[in-house]
Write a protein that binds this ligand. Structure first.
Ligand code: AMP
Ligand code: ZN
Length: 470
């Protein structure tokens, strides 16, 4: 398997620490609001990664945090605490907000067929682990205490910015948006490990610590949770590209200083989904959630399909037109699969016919998760006249173990077989009428279909239809 490693800035052969076991960590959501579909793109990418590794025969142990404390407005520890902001907005406590949006997050994941990681840990439940880690960092001389807060001193490191190719000066400019905080730091890139003072007055959740009553910095949670559950050495750590700096850069700084050795071998990052105006956000414009898409008549899996048609390292721009295209294509695909399913009885499955496609499938997922090619492969399988229906279904089922698009279930409005035959006969008649330029007849048939509750749409690939409306 080959994967792009942000740490080395290239595609590499994947070599796990233990032959068949993989330890993987995913940065989890900050549960102060619903996840937007951009956030969920990151989790779809990580789901595909986990399922691909599992398909290739690895046993994956995956851990994820739930950020319910410590994440400021800015990733560089500045601004207001996001959880507090959410609580104020909704007139609830931080814990109520956390519980509500954690549930909502997993409900979204379920609708998107994203597998829940084996280990899920809340940031607020690991306070003793952070304190233990910070004490050790302090003893090793990596921290300093200033204005009531414990900071990590990046000048103690030989190389702080292993993940980015950017110069330190450029990174400094990137984080320097809070001058007030900066005056207490030796270097603007130093980051908080434990806060007792700054922005502290209205902090709802506080814990006792050797440095006074306070709360942890955001970055420490992922290091502590990953090391606790996955051990001192890890194969893969992932997140969205915005996590590269400062979050993952700081995770590496504190974890490797604490452990005294290299921590993670492969760092993987999914590109963003942006809206047409630029970066997707929860506060500006239309707040794009899975529920909003569903209200507009799309299914969560239409969105998953849309995402999988592109490579995870490519930026994607969201628009309803492209989502329409994905929805129609998925619908058409599922209808074709339904047709194939109708006639699979007493057909033998030839290993040779199957292997030809499974090899291609494995090749694509092993090629840095090329889901776009896998999607094209499904269409090739369906079209192939040299393999029988049972073989097609077998291959599609294998592919769906990774893509998880429920390829052989028609969503929402099920159509019974007899009805399907009538509909398809009418569509054929209409297409014939159109080729004979008998538009009156073609229109008449469209109306007849509409009266049956069937909506049709002419696409480059042919006419597609749906009961209830496309
Ligand atoms: P957060 O809840 O803000 O901590 O983010 C959760 C995950 O979503 C992280 O892995 C982010 O890197 C990722 N993420 C944030 N914005 C986007 C976006 N527009 N597109 C894709 N992933 C994103
Ligand atoms: Zn993290």
């Amino acid at each position: 398997m080959k994967l792009y490693n942000t740490l080395t800035h290239k595609i590499e052969k994947f070599v796990p620490i233990e032959a068949k076991k993989i330890r993987m960590y995913t940065c989890g959501p900050t549960v102060y609001h619903y996840a937007h579909i951009g956030n969920l793109r990151a989790y779809i990418f990580e789901d595909i990664l986990e399922k691909s590794l599992t398909y290739l025969g690895y046993e994956v142990t995956r851990a994820m945090n739930i950020t319910d404390v410590g994440h400021m407005d800015s990733d560089a520890d500045e601004g207001e605490d996001k959880m507090l902001k959410g609580a104020k907005r909704e007139n609830k406590t931080v814990l109520e907000i956390a519980e509500m949006y954690t549930k909502a997050f997993f409900a979204d994941c379920q609708r998107l067929n994203i597998k829940r990681p084996e280990i899920v840990a809340k940031a607020t439940e690991m306070i003793p682990e952070y304190i233990e880690m910070i004490i050790m960092l302090e003893q090793k001389g990596y921290t300093y205490f200033s204005n009531g807060n414990v900071y990590f001193d990046i000048s103690k490191l030989e190389k702080y910015n292993k993940l980015t190719n950017q110069k330190l000066e450029d990174l400094q400019v990137a984080v320097r948006d809070d001058v007030e905080e900066d005056q207490f730091k030796k270097n603007p890139l130093d980051f908080g490990l434990w806060f007792t003072k700054s922005k502290f007055d209205n902090q709802e959740l506080k814990w006792d610590s050797p440095w006074g009553v306070g709360y942890p910095g955001w970055h420490i949670e992922c290091s502590a949770i990953a090391i606790k559950f996955l051990g001192e050495y890890m194969d893969i750590h992932c997140g969205g590209v915005d996590n590269i700096f400062p979050h993952h850069t700081n995770e590496i700084a504190q974890s490797e200083s604490y452990l005294g050795h290299k921590w993670v071998n492969y760092w993987m990052h999914g590109e963003h989904l942006n809206d047409e105006t630029g970066k997707m956000s929860k506060s500006k414009g239309e707040f794009l959630t899975v529920s909003l898409l569903e209200d507009k008549g799309y299914s969560a899996l239409d969105y998953r399909f849309f995402v999988l048609q592109s490579h995870y390292r490519k930026q994607l721009i969201f628009s309803y037109e492209v989502l329409d295209g994905a929805k129609s294509a998925l619908y058409k695909l599922k209808n074709k699969i339904q047709e194939i399913l109708k006639d699979t009885s007493s057909q033998n499955v030839s290993k040779e016919n199957i292997d030809k496609y499974i090899e291609k499938f494995v090749g694509y997922i092993s090629d840095d998760l090329n889901t776009a090619n896998v999607v094209t492969l499904i269409f090739d399988v369906i079209k192939d006249e040299n393999i029988n229906n049972a073989e097609k279904i077998y291959i599609i089922n294998e592919i769906d173990k990774v893509l998880s698009l429920d390829l052989h279930t028609l969503e929402k409005k099920q159509v019974i077989d007899e009805e399907r035959d009538i509909i398809e006969e009418l569509i054929e008649k209409r297409n014939k009428a159109k080729t004979e330029r008998n538009y009156a007849e073609a229109d008449k048939i469209r109306v007849e279909l509409n009266n049956m509750g069937i909506t049709i749409k002419d696409t480059r690939e042919g006419t597609i239809w749906e009961k209830g409306g496309i």
